[in-house]
Design a protein. Structure first.
Length: 525
C-alpha cells in the first residue's frame, strides 16, 4: 500500500480540491520534518497546515491550544471526517482523561489537542518520551503562538515553557501558528520557542475589500447617524466604544432613531449577551454597539461595517477589530473618528495604570503607531500592512487617502508658535489654554497666570480655533509634544521638537476638511 499524497488527503479526508495560499508549501515542509512559523490572518486556513502533516507522518501529532472551546470544535470536526482525534484538558474528568491517555499510548490517535498546562506536566512529558522511543511522535503544533508574548492581550505564562519541546524532543518537527503578525511579536515567538531555524511562512494580511477611513470627531452621534444613513442602511455592523456606559448610551440613542442596535459588553449577564450575540448572527441588519469584549471568535461573514467611536489601543487591535468586516470578500467599511481629547485620555490611561514602566513604554509606542496611522496622508492599506512588515504598493483605491487625497500645508511657522507657547507657559497646560494664549483671548485662566504678558500671547490670531486644534492634534500624534505623566494632561516638548524650534526642520500637516466646523473637544485644565 503506497502512502497517500497531501493532495489526496486534502480531497479524500477534508473534501477540498485545492490548497489555499501557502498551505501546500507548509504541509510539504512540515511533513518532511522541518520546523515552521506560520503567520496567517484569521480564517486563512491554518489548521490544515498541521492536520495534513499529522496524517502523512507516522505517529500522533500533539497540538497545543489555549482555548478549550477551540479544541472541542476542532476535535469534533475531525471526528466527523473519521480522523482519530481527541483532546486532553480540564473539561475531562479523571476517568475520561485516562481513557484518552491509553488510546494515545496504544497508537490509536492521529491528533491529540492538549492544553499547555497539561502538556507541561512531568507525567505527560514522560508519555511523550515513550512515544518518541517508538518513533510515534509525528509533530508538535503550537496554535495561537502569540500567547508567548507578554505584550499581547493573550499572554499565557505556560506558553513560554513550551521551549521544553525543543529541548527534550529536538528531532520532532514543530509548527507554530498565529494570526498576530507584527514584527515584535514574531521576534518574541521565535526567541521564546527557539524557532530560529524554522522556516517562516507569512501570508498576506491585506484585506483589499475593506475601505479604511479615518475622520476627526466633532459630534460623534450625528456623525455616526450620517454615516449609517448615507452608506449602511439595513446593513449589519459593529460600533466599538471604549466604555460600557458609552456602549449603553449609544445603543439607546440609535434605537430611539429607529436603528436595530444592541449593546454588548462584559457587564451584561451571560444570558443577555448570548441572546444579543445570537440576534447579531441570525437576524439581518443588526448593529452591535460594543466594547472590545465583542468579536473574538464571532464568525459572521457579512458584517458590512466596523465603526470606531473611540481609538483602539494599537494597530493590532485596529486590524483585528476592523478585520471582522467583510469576511465574505464583498465591499465593507472600516470607519473611525477621533479627537485630540481622545489621544490625551488614552495617554493618561496608559500612564496612570499600574503596569511596569517597560510595559507602559511599549504600550505608548503601540498607541503612537496608531496615531501616526490616523494622521498619515499615505495609503491606509499600505500603512496598515507596513506595520505588519508587509510591502503594499499603495494607491489602493479603497481608502480615504487614495480616494480623496488630503491637502497638506507648510505648518512650520504655526508649529513653532505652538511649541514656543508650550515652552513659555511652563510645559504644563493643555491645548485649550494654549490656543487661548496663541489667539490672544482674555480668560480668567490667562489672567490668573498673567499669560497676557508672554511674547507668544496673540501671535497666532491668523489661525482659527479649529485650525489650531488641528495643529495640536497632529503634533501630539506626531510626537513633538507629549502628554504629561501626572494626571492633568499638560503638554511638554519632546526631543523631536528641538530641530523645529531651532528652524532646522519643516513640518507639513494635513489640512482638515472644511466640513468640520464644530469645535473639537480639547484637553483643558
Ligand atoms: P484559521 O485557523 O487560520 O482561522 P481555519 O483553519 O479554521 O482558519 O480555516 C478557516 C476555514 O477555511 C475553515 O472553514 C476551513 O475548513 C476552510 N479551509 C481551509 N483550507 C481550505 C482549502 N484549502 N480549501 C477550502 N477551504 C479551506
Ligand atoms: Zn489607499
Amino acid at each position: 500500500m503506497s502512502s497517500p499524497s497531501a493532495e489526496q488527503i486534502l480531497s479524500d479526508v477534508f473534501g477540498y480540491s485545492d490548497f489555499r495560499g501557502e498551505q501546500q508549501k507548509i504541509v510539504e515542509h512540515v511533513s518532511s520534518g522541518g520546523d515552521a512559523l506560520v503567520l496567517m490572518p484569521t480564517g486563512g486556513g491554518k489548521s490544515l497546515c498541521y492536520q495534513i502533516p499529522a496524517l502523512l507522518r507516522p505517529g500522533v501529532a500533539i497540538v497545543v491550544s489555549p482555548l478549550i472551546a477551540l479544541m472541542q470544535d476542532q476535535v469534533e470536526t475531525l471526528k466527523q471526517l473519521d480522523v482519530q482525534a481527541e483532546f486532553l484538558n480540564s473539561s475531562l474528568d479523571a476517568r475520561a482523561a485516562r481513557e484518552v491517555s491509553s488510546r494515545l499510548m496504544n497508537g490509536e490517535l492521529k491528533l491529540l489537542y492538549v492544553a499547555p498546562e497539561r502538556l507541561l506536566t512531568e507525567g505527560f512529558l514522560n508519555l511523550l518520551e515513550r512515544l518518541l522511543a517508538r518513533e510515534s511522535l509525528a509533530l508538535f503544533a503550537i496554535d495561537e503562538a502569540h500567547c508567548v508574548s507578554q505584550w499581547g492581550h493573550d499572554f499565557r505564562p505556560e506558553y513560554r515553557e513550551l521551549i521544553v519541546l525543543h529541548q527534550r524532543f529536538p528531532s520532532v518537527p514543530r509548527i507554530a501558528l498565529t494570526a498576530t503578525a507584527d514584527a515584535p511579536t514574531r521576534a518574541e515567538i521565535i526567541e521564546r520557542l527557539a524557532l530560529e531555524n524554522a522556516r517562516q511562512f507569512i501570508a498576506s494580511f491585506d484585506r483589499p475589500n475593506i475601505c479604511y477611513r479615518v475622520a476627526i470627531k466633532n459630534n460623534p452621534r450625528q456623525q455616526l447617524q450620517a454615516f449609517l444613513e448615507a452608506e449602511h442602511v439595513n446593513d449589519a455592523g459593529i460600533v466599538y466604544c471604549l466604555s460600557r456606559k458609552k456602549v449603553e448610551e449609544t445603543a439607546i440613542w440609535l434605537q430611539a432613531r429607529g436603528w436595530k442596535a444592541l449593546p454588548y459588553h462584559a457587564g451584561l449577564d451571560n444570558a443577555t449577551r448570548n441572546q444579543y450575540q445570537r440576534r447579531f448572527l441570525r437576524e439581518e441588519g443588526v448593529i452591535m454597539v460594543a466594547t472590545v469584549a465583542f468579536g473574538m471568535g464571532i464568525d459572521k461573514p457579512n458584517v458590512r461595517f466596523v465603526v470606531h467611536l473611540d481609538l483602539p489601543k494599537s494597530m493590532e487591535s485596529y486590524y483585528q477589530e476592523t478585520g471582522r468586516a467583510g469576511r465574505d470578500s464583498l465591499p465593507a467599511t472600516a470607519w473611525m473618528i477621533y479627537s485630540l481629547g481622545d489621544v490625551v485620555a488614552m495617554r493618561q490611561m496608559l500612564n496612570s495604570g499600574d503596569a511596569s514602566e517597560d510595559r507602559k513604554r511599549i504600550e505608548r509606542q503601540k498607541l503612537d503607531a496608531l496615531l501616526g496611522f490616523c494622521e498619515s496622508t499615505a495609503c491606509r492599506h499600505q500603512t496598515v500592512l507596513r506595520y505588519f512588515g508587509e510591502v503594499h504598493p499603495g494607491n489602493c483605491g479603497q481608502c480615504d487617502n487614495c480616494l480623496c487625497p488630503a491637502d497638506t500645508w507648510d505648518a512650520t511657522e504655526a508649529v513653532r508658535m505652538a511649541l514656543s507657547c508650550v515652552y513659555r507657559t511652563g510645559q504644563r497646560f493643555g491645548a485649550g489654554h494654549l490656543i487661548d494664549v496663541l489667539r490672544g483671548k482674555m480668560t480668567p485662566q490667562i489672567e490668573k497666570f498673567n499669560h497676557q504678558q508672554l511674547s507668544t500671547f496673540g501671535i497666532g490670531k491668523a489661525l482659527t480655533q479649529q485650525q489650531w486644534s488641528s495643529v495640536f492634534r497632529q503634533i501630539v500624534a506626531g510626537g513633538l509634544l507629549q502628554v504629561e505623566i501626572e494626571a492633568y494632561g499638560g503638554l511638554n516638548l519632546t526631543e523631536e521638537a528641538r530641530p523645529i524650534l531651532r528652524g532646522e526642520r519643516k513640518v507639513w500637516l494635513r489640512q482638515d476638511q472644511e466640513t468640520i466646523r464644530h469645535t473639537t473637544s480639547h484637553a483643558e485644565r
